[in-house]
Design a protein around this ligand. Structure first.
Ligand code: HPA
Length: 270
């Protein structure tokens, strides 16, 4: 791990000592969960060397450590995307910081477009696997042998089972599917969406995959979940927009919060 991760972790631990097994990256629609953390310490990314500054309007940029449903968590509230800088490893210092805080588990959330009509806007979708369509990888330039990272179990089976268990307790089954990473920031074309479907994707989006690769590289177990904000280009009768993404993501917030709160309790008992 780099010195940056250690330095930032130390700074956070000085502000709020604790053991943080569960780290999170909260994307569109779920930022308000960070506001519900109890006994919280909030540190702006600008106070942490190496941390990115997000230019996306719906994203805040702070680390929040504290208790969620009584469980210690370290939350990256807001992410920087590859499309903002062209750097697929832009979240590396932030993820190394989570690792430095003791996080063994990463839960990442995002907003995504669905390729399945039965999993429509407002629905959560647990990610079972991904397709990296961007051709970019945060480990490009990494020199250690561990850059040849196995990705065959990237989305941890036990963590997925925990999320399904929580969903089952709420009486609503949870969709699961393959997330395909497009670089963005333009949305896909209808032809690209048809291709994505043919290649086995269930949802498309502009984030998360580089973070998952980096988190696996750092040895964390990963779970990831999307809020579906629209059907993919050409599958719905109106144009796609970031305004729609932001507005519809909020309609899925309550359900996502319920799932995430249940999840942290469930996995903290392990
Ligand atoms: N495509 C890519 N990213 C997205 C979408 C989409 O349709 N919806 C929300 N994020």
């Amino acid at each position: 791990m780099s010195d940056i991760g250690q330095t930032c972790a130390q700074k956070i631990l000085e502000a709020r000592p604790g053991t943080y097994r569960i780290g999170m990256i909260l994307g569109s629609g779920l930022g308000s969960l960070a506001g519900e953390v109890e006994d919280a310490v909030r540190i702006p990314y600008t106070d942490l060397p190496g941390f990115p500054v997000s230019t996306v309007t719906s994203h805040s940029s702070e680390v929040v450590v504290g208790l969620l449903s009584g469980v210690p968590v370290a939350i990256l509230s807001g992410r920087a995307h590859f499309y903002e800088s062209g750097d697929p490893s832009v979240m590396r210092p932030a993820l190394e910081t989570l690792k430095g805080l003791g996080c063994e588990i990463l839960l990442a959330t995002n907003a995504a477009g669905s390729l399945r009509e039965e999993v429509g806007p407002g629905s959560p979708m647990l990610i079972s696997d991904h397709i990296n369509w961007s051709g970019r990888n945060p480990l490009i330039g990494e020199e250690s042998e561990s850059r040849f990272l196995d990705m065959s179990t990237a989305y941890d089976a036990d963590l997925r089972a925990a999320m399904h268990k929580v969903a089952g307790q709420t009486g609503e089954p949870l969709a699961e599917g393959v997330y395909m990473w497009f670089s963005g920031p333009s949305f896909e074309t209808p032809a690209e969406i048809r291709m994505a479907k043919t290649l086995g994707a269930d949802a498309v989006g502009m984030s998360t995959v580089p973070e998952v690769i980096m988190a696996r590289f750092l040895g964390m177990k990963v779970a990831a979940m999307s809020i579906i904000t629209n059907l993919g280009a050409g599958l719905q009768d109106h144009a796609l927009s970031h305004d729609e993404t932001k507005a519809v993501a909020l309609t899925g917030t309550d359900r996502m919060k319920q799932l995430v709160r249940g999840f942290v309790k469930e996995v903290s008992n392990d």
